[in-house]
Structures are given as C-alpha cells and as structure tokens.
Write a protein that binds this ligand. Structure first.
Ligand code: GRF
Length: 200
C-alpha cells in the first residue's frame, strides 16, 4: 500500500484482513513517501513491513522505479500483485501504471468525475453540491480518472464545513475501500472499457 499521511484507509483494510472479512490476502508492505507519518505507526501496530522512500527532489520516473523495486523485494509483482493508494499524495508515472495495469486501486473523497484532485470535499461544498461521497477506482495515468469500482453517496448538510463533511465521507471510505479490495481479491472485478463489471 502506498501512503503519505494519516493512514486511516490503510487501517480499515488491515482491520478487514485481520477480521477475515477479506480472505486470502495480506498487505506485503506499506510504502510512504513521507517519514514520520501516522500510517507507518499503523503498519507496525499490525505487524506489516513498512519502508519510507522519500520523494523530495526525485523525478517521477526515478521515484516510481524505487517503488517498483521495493514492491518486488516484498513479493509484489506486476501481473499478480495489487497496489493500493491510500492518501498517497503523488502522481504515478505512465510506466508504473502501465506495468500494474488494472492492478492499482485508489480511493478519492468525491463522486467522480466530479471534483477530482485536491480538497475534493471542499470543492463539493464550495460548488454547492447537495450530494458528495467517495469513489474507489482503478488508477490510470490521468488524475482520478480511471474506471469506477464502487461509489458511496453522502448527503451534504446545511451546516457542513469541509471538516464535518470530510469526516462523514471518511467513515464511508472505511467501508467502501475494504469492500472493493475484497471484490478484487475474490476475482469478481473485470474492466470493460470504462465500466467495471462486478460478478454476483
Ligand atoms: C482520504 O480522504 C482519501 O480518500 C484521499 O486521501 C485521504 C487519505 O486519508 N485519497 P487516510 O490517510 O487514509 O486517513
């Protein structure tokens, strides 16, 4: 899993594995591009290996090569592994995305294609949207643009601030992301153009 910060989605996935809601999968390694972040503490609490690969000053392709090598060192290979982005605040190169094609998932705190990019919850609020939410999608080189696996809507309330709305969306993220991972691990997802088919 690739992270940059708080790691609450990482924790949700690790908990789902621990409670055997997701079976037949393990998180092989947590890679953070930032040192000292909470996600690293969470990894160690769950006994999962973690590695910091600082991204500052590195070109995108050089950075992604290091990530690929680290994944391979932990047995995560293109064609078999699954790469989960959870609050990973970097874009991945087309080469990296290409090599793990159809095997990288991300969670984004909006109902895509509305409000891609940073501060999605604030974007929704500022726009005056009445419904916000979160999306799990496959990753393509373009930001927040890949085929959608699952979405969950969250009503915007009159008194919402970016913080209160984000908190309500986050609670839904913690259900949606483990569910998407479970569906992937069970081999129930297939990508047909822009559509992700879910078997059963
Ligand atoms: C989440 O809101 C996720 O949707 C977005 O970044 C945030 C990460 O939070 N991509 P956390 O690090 O999982 O707590």
């Amino acid at each position: 899993m690739l992270v940059s910060g708080r790691g609450s989605n990482l924790e949700a996935v690790l908990r789902a594995i621990k409670r055997r809601r997701i079976r037949g999968a393990e998180v092989a390694v947590v890679i953070s591009n930032k040192p000292g972040v909470k996600a690293l503490e969470i990894a160690s609490r769950f006994g999962v290996a973690s590695v910091v690969i600082p991204s500052e000053g590195l070109e995108r392709s050089a950075y992604d090569k290091k990530v690929s090598e680290c994944l391979a060192d932990h047995g995560v290979e293109p064609g078999t592994g699954l790469v989960l982005l959870a609050g990973f605040m970097r874009l991945l190169s087309a080469d990296f995305v290409g090599s793990f094609r159809g095997r990288i998932l991300n969670i984004h705190p909006s109902l895509l294609p509305s409000f891609p990019g940073l501060d999605a919850q604030k974007q929704a609020l500022d726009y005056g949207a009445k419904v916000a939410g979160c999306t799990v999608h496959f990753v393509v080189p373009e930001v927040d643009a890949g085929p959608i696996v699952l979405q969950q809507a969250v009503d915007v309330r009159e008194k919402d601030t970016a913080e209160t709305l984000s908190a309500r969306i986050l609670r839904k993220e913690h259900v949606l992301y483990p569910l998407a991972v479970k569906l992937f691990v069970e081999g129930k997802l297939s990508i047909e153009g822009r559509r992700v088919r879910i078997r059963d």
